[in-house]
Ligand binder design. Sequence first.
Ligand code: CDP
Ligand code: MG
Length: 160
Amino acid sequence: MSNIEQTLSIIKPDAVERNLDNEIKEMFKKKGFSILKEKKIQIEKSEAEKFYKVHETKPFYDDLCNYLSSGPIVVMILEKENAVLGNRELMGATNPKDAQEGTIRKKYGISIDKNSVHGSDSIDNAKIEIDFFFKDWKFLKLLWDKVYALVIISFSLRSF
Ligand code: CDP
Ligand code: MG
């Protein structure tokens, strides 16, 4: 049975700074991920704090938020079967030292804090994180789908 999921991926500042975004996107595509939506942005520290709120009690929280807001990032909605787990597997372990051969963090990660990519860790968090960065897009898509449905319905009614 098909189990198409969407997940949020971020190419972090260390990788964007080294111009690795295209190579990393190729790794996703080679594994069968579709990149439904992407944008290159720089976020404020306050936004990074919201995004990583789950880690607010951790000793690395402040550094992590400074870091994520320190330069441009590429945020993407990835889609494929079992995308959440598939993305976590392709990313590799949080610490690049522990990451397996063939993973993004093994190939490009510099250190535990500069580990090149973020990926949602559950289906629920994927929805929350996609909304965090792409709420406007989801709203517009919903609106577009409704308008499209209305056009189809009115055409079908006319042909009667
Ligand atoms: O990113 P991932 O889900 O693998 O790890 P996490 O436990 O959710 O931690 C979020 C991010 O915090 C990591 O990707 C690391 O960049 C950073 N971190 C850190 O700087 N030092 C740690 N001891 C643990 C995580
Ligand atoms: Mg995490």
